[in-house]
Design a binder for this molecule. Structure first.
Ligand code: BTN
Length: 271
């Protein structure tokens, strides 16, 4: 069966929205290069905190580490949010993790599927990628900077919508459940949970985010390979999430006993 998908619709999304800021202003595009890139432009032109940019299709969707994000039309969620709350600037390293928590909670509550969180910014079902998060900042770390948080969720994509090389490592809610899901309903829930977790960060309740993330993170307690850069790779056991959202890894290198705190890396789960 080919999954059909309701068109993205502002009224449908805003019905049931309980947020103060997130999703109160929504731009829906039939097509754009990247909702994150458009979010940057709209932020520069003064769009308010909580503004959401959604597209039915991205022609140049961006992933982390310079990768591209496969964005078949009319099936998935391609969403970017403009965040201006200066209190979030103190907790930038937590933003992708808190975003992942909200996505997980929304997917679980709305669709009855529970993805796991792969540190720092992926949602997985089994070992296949369901969703990714790309955070960008207009002036990193400085008060007054604007955050653009981009999320891509594979909702109604079929296996054939992914290029052959990604078919064994990607999945969608449709592929897992066997039936199409309503993107508008899911988006409402995503924005409600996102604001809840961003509020925790804004009020410095890091312990709440850390403990929820620790409980949901499938990277912990397993062997991981962390590529820090072209010259440095660490193979070890991931043990904990630090107070700054870092991944704590005990390396397997001979004689290495010290925990290494990883703040940015390409992480592979070794099974
Ligand atoms: C990753 O896992 O590498 C991050 C993927 C992020 C994809 C989303 S789709 C909406 C937003 N716009 C983009 O160009 N990228 C993000």
């Amino acid at each position: 069966m080919t999954p059909t998908s309701d068109a993205l619709n502002t009224i449908a999304i805003q019905t049931g929205l309980t947020t103060q800021a997130l999703g109160q202003s929504i731009h829906i595009l039939t097509e754009t290069a990247s909702t994150n890139s458009l979010g940057m432009t709209l932020a520069a032109s003064g769009e308010p905190d909580g503004t959401v940019i959604l597209a039915e299709h991205q022609t140049a969707g961006k992933g982390r580490l310079g990768r591209s994000w496969v964005s078949p039309p009319n099936k998935n969620i391609y969403c970017s949010m403009i965040l201006r709350d200066p209190r979030l600037q103190q907790h930038l390293t937590w933003i992708p993790l808190a975003t992942g928590l909200a996505l997980q909670e929304a997917i679980q509550k709305t669709l009855g599927i529970t993805p796991s969180l792969k540190w720092p910014n992926d949602l997985l079902i089994g070992n296949k990628k369901l969703a990714g998060i790309l955070c960008e900042s207009t002036s990193r770390g400085q008060t007054g900077g604007v955050l653009i948080v981009g999320i891509g969720v594979n909702v109604n994509a079929e296996r054939e919508d992914f290029p052959a090389e990604l078919q064994s490592t990607s999945t969608s809610i449709f592929q897992e459940s066997g039936h199409p899901s309503n993107r508008n309903t899911l988006l409402t829930s995503i924005f409600n949970y996102l604001e809840k977790w961003y509020d925790q960060l804004a009020s410095d309740n890091i312990v709440a985010v850390q403990s929820a993330y620790t409980a949901a993170c499938s990277t912990l307690g397993i062997d991981v390979r962390c590529t820090l850069n072209e010259a440095r790779e660490i193979h070890g056991r991931a043990t904990a999430i630090g107070m700054d959202g870092s991944l704590q890894v005990i390396p397997f290198e001979q004689g290495a006993r010290q925990v290494i705190e990883i703040r940015s890396a390409d992480v592979t789960h070794v099974r």
